[in-house]
Design a protein around this ligand. Structure first.
Ligand code: ATP
Ligand code: MG
Ligand code: FE
Length: 337
């Protein structure tokens, strides 16, 4: 089954065609990062307008690259939440128009379930159950994937998402947007032990995260230095901040997996591109006798192929959407409306 999928939940305009949930025939991604960079973050209205102008061309590119015609596509899938509502609606209206005019099924997909499904594209042997650390721009979740349709949130951030913390700290350090790759790069030149930022573990028996206290600690450190007229080494701050985030993510994930006796762990979302996270989670998983999976960076950040993968499992499990499918900015994982 070949599914054409559309992802426009934030600032990537992406169209993919994926076969049977596992095989990428094409995955075209137009990133608007260059457009939003000068504002220091995504401007929702500008994102929507760019989806409108770019999406038709990206659909043509995907069809051309896969050498398929629309008649050869079996279904149309689209992200319907969570995300920026205006941005979601561009993908949704396009997908609905295509499904209706072609007389093909429409499949709504949850963006975060899509991030998790990116692992299915990379690892043909991977199947539920497994535990996933979802760390993206807007989410930090520990999700037990019991089967292709059953997602249990075992932990979540009670304030900022990990990616959000990277983006904010990068901004105050003047390292630019998006912050994750900038901090990752700066940290390579810094000393991670230079500043002892707090590791916020919360209750040891719970798997929730909190990153706002760490963010305040970094801001207080920078303000203190400024007041004393002392120089700041941004590379050291980046490295020390990054280590504080990653240590918490790794230790909570391994503890959570241990608590449910799970030996397979996946990572998903943009922050799982982070080089220190990959290294430290890899080491911790190996020490604990667990198998760790994470996709290539291009499948960690927003893309439509992950939506096409999840859509396949929705569809074969009897989930088809109708034309009332709506964009839901705060769509909860495991829910549809
Ligand atoms: P969500 O999926 O929660 O709706 P999003 O789609 O904006 O949010 P993603 O595209 O999954 O998020 O990821 C983007 C985030 O990943 C940004 O916050 C970015 O800074 C972060 N990121 C990307 N690369 C890295 C890296 N190497 N290290 C840390 N963070 C990174
Ligand atoms: Mg993005
Ligand atoms: Fe995302």
């Amino acid at each position: 089954m070949k599914i054409l999928s559309i992802e426009t939940s934030c600032d990537e305009t992406s169209v993919a065609i994926v076969e049977d949930g596992r095989n990428i025939l094409t995955n075209r991604i137009y990133s608007q990062i260059g457009i939003h960079q000068k504002y220091g973050g995504v401007v929702p209205e500008i994102a929507s307008r760019n989806h409108v102008t770019k999406l038709p061309y990206i659909i043509d590119e995907a069809l051309a690259e896969s050498k398929l015609s629309l008649a050869e596509v079996d279904a149309i899938a689209v992200t319907n939440g969570p995300g920026l509502v205006g941005a979601l609606l561009i993908g949704l209206s396009t997908a609905k128009a295509m499904a209706y005019s072609l007389g093909k099924p429409l499949i709504g997909v949850h963006h975060i379930e899509g991030h998790i499904a990116a692992n299915f594209l990379q690892f043909p042997e991977l199947a539920p159950p497994f535990l996933t650390l979802v760390v993206s721009g807007g989410h930090s979740h520990l999700v037990l994937v019991e089967d292709y349709q059953t997602f249990k949130v075992l932990g979540r951030t009670i304030d900022d998402a990990a990616g959000e913390a990277f983006d904010k700290i990068s901004r105050v350090l003047g390292l630019g947007y998006p912050g994750g790759p900038a901090i990752d790069a700066a940290a390579k030149n810094g000393n991670p032990e230079a500043i002892a930022f707090p590791r916020v573990m919360l209750d040891k028996t719970e798997y929730n995260f909190s990153f706002s206290g760490l963010k305040s600690a970094v801001l207080n450190y920078l303000n203190g230095k400024k007041m004393k007229n002392e120089a700041v080494n941004p590379d050291d701050v980046a490295a020390s901040f990054q280590l504080a985030v990653i240590e918490v993510l790794v230790s909570k994930t391994i503890a959570c997996a241990n608590s449910i006796g799970m030996k397979s762990i996946c990572m998903a979302g943009g922050v799982s591109c982070n080089s220190l996270l990959r290294k430290m989670m890899g080491q911790a998983a190996a020490d604990a006798g667990m198998t760790l999976y994470y996709p290539d960076p291009i499948l960690c950040t927003d893309n439509a192929a992950m939506i096409g993968s999840m859509a396949y499992y929705n569809y074969i499990n009897g989930e088809e959407s109708d034309l009332s499918l709506n964009g839901i900015p705060g769509l909860k994982i495991g829910t549809r409306q």
